[in-house]
Design a protein around this ligand. Structure first.
Ligand code: ACM
Length: 698
């Protein structure tokens, strides 16, 4: 099976992947901001003297009643403050309207917000020593403001407080989404809910729920029950569960837009309904990944009444005004091989398969319109002939976003936000839907609604999905909410570290599951050396894991060492920054810290060997661990040379380069994230003559 998603994306991302990483800068132009850990950065922050003390007398009041969205947010605010501080609050935070109308924290809004694009999510927050006022035109703005207030909660010697501040805030983009692919790997209700909590904490407002794939049909259909019965291995959401999730999201100001990917990526539908496919069946649920060939038959009139009924059912189930029809990666081989489809194309004057897909989409658009939905699709659906009230989601590049805006279409950007590629947060952070050099005019810019991070789930399970989404998606959330000038990468990482812990506090498992997975691998509780290695390692990027000699399927375990490693190693980033700082300044303190880190890596292998000896599942990481130790040794020698001001022998330098080039290669489906920085040390001591292979890995 082809891997064209993989190939195309790899090309798309290659340019972004090797951005130079500069040393961390301490602060940005507005110094007060740097002192706060707010993420996304609000539109304006005016920090004042004074503190609003948070103690057991904290009271919250507002105009909402139990069952209202803002009341729920106020109650969650109280319980989260209590949980973080351990304070036994006197106010019953579930108190009904009126009982705390004059709470020290007062929230007010003018009207309930609508869950649709362009809704007002702005808010203002005024914190004085005795009073906090959160006001917003809509209750959705109130929700956003409560998240800011929770991020402001700080502590000092005297206890907990919120700094006195005036904040005025509104999002730059109205569509700030996360795609969760429940098709390739089913994600249970709890996994979706905790990620909705994470999204709300970062002020994201669209869950794009990818519900059907070659590997699974994940929605209960009461009209066509064989779809989920035969197409899901029993892993699907009941309609009651779907409603529960929609309500949970709505309570957090998040829209839920479903995606039913057609005409391709549709094998699981054909298990029940082979007659709608372009090639004869029978069909089985696809286990492999990539671009499968089965596709709906656009020339078969029976397909459209089927979709009319199915989308009618789904349109009633999902209240969002938008419905995503996918439309990506239709290879058309089954269309080409079907004489009836060829004859149909000829009769209709459809020049090629793009025109055939445009015909199919036009029919679908009529169906969706009849059921009151606006159509969204991947950029493949951007074809001549479709009206401008569809929304184009650009994933193959940014061109479709620009071109479609020029032609009057609304668009959302996902190219550059593919979090499944395991790229650093910085790469996504600097990817702007409307970059500074954009030639779009004002009216065209308004058509760029925002963007979505995409959590494709070939290689994620409920156990690992949070670690592939968070904390990096917080950087995307900031890009989509904050002003374009908010681009200080060092400050973003400083705040990301804080956000990561707060996400864990909310129930996300991105940090704690690593320990659990390593304990399982070690078959014991003592995982110190495994953790040291895991922190120096990142999973292979850009879908390289699919070309390591084994075939991943939807049934493969994702429980190996690589799966426990975070997509972006903060230890490696810190090391890299220290190396650059040492190379540019030569200061002794950096040298000391580098020596400590390198020594720990060098010694780790001996400590890890007994664990590996005990656990067959760890056997594959022995070369990885040994290579880390050797690279660290090279780094220590280079460091010593630099400190002494001595040049190493050409032989040693050449040998070191060779070793580091080997060390940069994939091992156990992972890569050592620290090798390039060790290479910088070697280059620094070997001097300009070091224009050797080491440069190739940098
Ligand atoms: C996609 O990644 N095939 C939309």
């Amino acid at each position: 099976m082809a891997h064209s998603r993989q190939r195309r994306l790899f090309l798309g991302m290659a340019m972004l992947a090797f951005l130079a990483i500069g040393p961390a800068r301490a602060a940005q132009s507005a110094p007060e901001r740097a002192a706060l850990d707010l993420m996304p950065v609000p539109e304006s922050v005016n920090l004042r003297d004074g503190r609003f003390r948070v103690d057991d007398s904290l009271s919250v009041g507002g105009q909402a009643a139990p069952g209202d969205r803002a009341f729920g947010a106020a109650a969650r605010f109280m319980s989260r403050v209590a949980a973080r501080t351990g304070i036994f609050l006197k106010q019953d935070f579930l108190a009904a309207r009126g009982s705390a109308a004059d709470g020290a924290v007062r929230y007010e809004f003018t009207r309930p917000g609508k869950l649709e694009p362009l809704e007002d999510e702005s808010y203002s927050l005024i914190v004085n020593p005795g009073k906090v006022v959160l006001s917003a035109p809509t209750d959705i703005g109130v929700l956003r403001g409560f998240e800011t207030l929770l991020q402001l909660l700080s502590s000092d010697q005297a206890g907990y407080y919120i700094p006195c501040v005036e904040i005025i805030d509104r999002p730059r983009f109205t569509w700030r989404g996360l795609l969760i692919d429940s098709g390739r790997h089913f994600q249970p209700v709890e996994a979706i809910k905790r990620n909705l909590d994470g999204m709300a904490a970062l002020k994201m407002n669209v869950l794009h729920w990818h519900l059907t794939e070659d590997q699974g049909f994940r929605v209960e259909s009461k009209v066509f029950p064989r779809l989920h019965e035969l197409g899901s291995d029993g892993l699907y959401y009941t309609q009651a569960q779907i409603r529960e999730i929609i309500e949970y999201a709505a309570d957090r100001g998040i829209r839920v837009m479903p995606e039913f990917d057609v005409p391709g990526h549709s094998t699981s539908w054909f298990v029940a309904y082979p007659e709608f496919a372009s090639a004869p069946g029978p069909y089985a649920i696809e286990r492999r990944f990539g671009v499968a060939e089965p596709a709906f038959n656009p020339a078969d009139e029976r397909v459209y009444p089927f979709f009319d009924k199915f989308f009618g059912e789904m349109a009633a189930l999902f209240p969002d005004p938008y419905l995503h029809i996918g439309g990506d990666e239709v290879e058309g081989r089954h269309w080409d091989a079907n004489p009836a489809i060829q004859a149909f194309k000829k009769k209709r004057g459809l020049a090629d398969n793009h025109a055939l897909q445009a015909y199919f989409n036009t029919r679908l658009l009529k169906i969706l319109t009849r059921h009151g939905k606006k159509m969204v699709g991947w950029d493949e659906i951007f074809q001549p002939g479709l009206p401008t009230d569809i929304v184009i989601q650009s994933w193959r590049g940014t061109e479709a976003l620009v071109e479609s805006a020029r032609k009057g279409y609304q668009g959302i950007l996902s190219n550059g936000y593919y979090i499944d590629l395991c790229q650093p947060a910085e790469t996504h952070y600097l990817n702007d839907p409307i970059p500074s050099g954009s030639t779009l005019d004002e009216a065209q810019r308004k058509l760029v609604l925002g963007g979505e991070a995409t959590m494709w789930s070939e290689l994620v399970t409920p156990e690992t999905i949070d670690s592939r989404i968070w904390p990096r998606t917080a950087a995307i959330a900031e890009r989509l909410w904050s002003r374009p000038s908010v681009r200080d990468v060092g400050d973003m990482y400083r705040r990301l570290a804080v956000v990561s812990l707060r996400l864990e506090e909310l129930g996300l498992t991105h940090l704690k599951n690593q320990g659990m997975m390593l304990r399982r691998l070690a078959a014991g509780p003592d995982i110190g050396p495994l953790e040291v290695l895991a922190q120096a390692v990142e999973p292979l990027k850009n879908y390289q894991r699919h070309s390591q000699g084994v075939t991943y399927t939807s049934l493969s375990p994702l429980t190996r060492f690589v799966d426990a490693c975070a997509p972006e190693s903060m230890a490696a980033r810190d090391f890299r920054i220290k190396v650059e700082s040492f190379i540019s300044s030569g200061d002794r303190e950096s040298a000391q810290e580098l020596r400590k880190t390198l020594t720990a890596w060098k010694n780790n292998h001996t400590l890890l060997l007994p664990l590996i000896a005990r656990s067959p599942a760890l056997k594959e990481i022995e070369p990885l661990s040994l290579t880390l130790a050797e690279a660290a040794e090279t780094g220590l020698t280079a460091l010593a040379h630099i400190e002494k001001g001595e040049k190493p022998s050409p032989d040693w330098a050449e040998g070191g380069r060779g070793k580091l080039n080997e060390a940069a290669k994939p091992m156990a489906h992972a890569e050592l994230a620290v090798v390039r920085a060790v290479g910088r040390l070697l280059e620094a001591c070997a001097g300009p003559a070091g224009r050797g292979p080491v440069r190739d890995i940098m």
